[in-house]
Design a protein around this ligand. Structure first.
Ligand SMILES: NC(=O)c1ccc[n+]([C@@H]2O[C@H](COP(=O)([O-])OP(=O)(O)OC[C@H]3O[C@@H](n4cnc5c(N)ncnc54)[C@H](OP(=O)(O)O)[C@@H]3O)[C@@H](O)[C@H]2O)c1
Length: 252
């Protein structure tokens, strides 16, 4: 379907990020994947140089603008139709009342779940500002950004911040000061059958039983199905909510 389209995706080793990567590669796109570990299945099945894995710990936030600069400077913009950043990597942990979280756990959560997407977004917009290609940012959100939950204060807060961040940059892009505006999507994928869900239901937090019941009752969505729906959504231009911003809930 798509060609000469480059996707930079965080969190490609498992769950939704792995499924987005597989599907986009099947469709002939180029994917640059960032996570701490590689996905061997993707690596094994991608022989034509269209998948580039870049090992990075996204909590090491000071390095991220340089990482993105290195990646972007290796791309020939004149061969592209579009470039898309998908901020997908996240962690639901720590799953405890806030007073029991260590300072390090708190900081790591904030670094991964909100500082990294903000830094990557800023660098992405800046470094591609004179590119004459379609530019998109997709921020993977969560229902947790809207609904408060005990033991999940850091994750819920980061996702709420992510939602507001997406709206604000959508407005900035619409104001016409850019040569080539970036379209911004915020996608709530719904509850998916991924390692993140397993972490939640196997924890001893307040909602572990609820998450276990969702799995037992077959209510978790296959992330491959979610990936297909996200790719279809972002294949079309944003239908504007606020500025160049579109929010979408994929819950079924
Ligand atoms: N699963 C759900 O029910 C659900 C519901 C709503 C929203 N979401 C959202 O959907 C997105 C994907 O979630 P998922 O369920 O697919 O999660 P997942 O299976 O746990 O995958 C998380 C990905 O993030 C990467 N990651 C974690 N820590 C990292 C770090 N420090 N540096 C670099 N990469 C890191 C992991 O790779 P490495 O460990 O190899 O680094 C992995 O590839 C997240 O934004 C999540 O908040 C999920």
């Amino acid at each position: 379907m798509l060609n000469n389209h480059v996707f930079i995706i965080t969190g490609v080793s498992s769950g939704l990020g792995a499924e987005l990567t597989k599907r986009l590669l099947e469709e002939g796109n180029t994917v640059i994947g960032l996570s701490r570990t590689d996905n061997e299945e993707i690596d094994r099945n991608t022989l034509d140089g269209k998948y580039l894995y870049y090992p990075v710990d996204l909590t090491e936030v000071e390095s991220l603008p340089t990482v993105l600069q290195d990646l972007i400077s290796a791309i020939d913009q004149y061969k592209l139709k579009s470039i898309t950043l998908i901020n997908n990597a996240a962690s639901v942990t720590p799953l405890k009342d806030i007073q029991f979280c260590t300072d390090e756990e708190i900081l790591k959560n904030i670094q991964l779940n909100i500082a990294a997407p903000m830094l990557l977004t800023s660098a992405f917009i800046r470094l591609t500002s004179d590119w004459h290609v379609v530019r998109k940012i997709v921020n993977i959100s969560s229902g947790s950004g809207k609904y408060p939950a005990p033991n999940m204060s850091l994750y819920c807060s980061a996702k709420a911040a992510m939602n507001m961040f997406s709206r604000c940059i959508g407005m900035e892009q619409e104001q016409g000061r850019q040569v080539n505006e970036v379209q911004v999507y915020s996608v709530d994928p719904g509850m998916m059958d991924t390692p993140m869900q397993q972490t939640a239901r196997e924890s001893d937090m307040a909602l572990a039983g609820y998450f276990a019941a969702q799995k037992a009752e077959g209510n978790l969505i296959d992330p491959a199905r979610v990936a297909r729906r996200i790719i279809s959504l972002i294949s079309t231009s944003v239908s504007v909510n606020d500025g160049l911003y579109q929010a979408c809930e994929l819950e079924e």
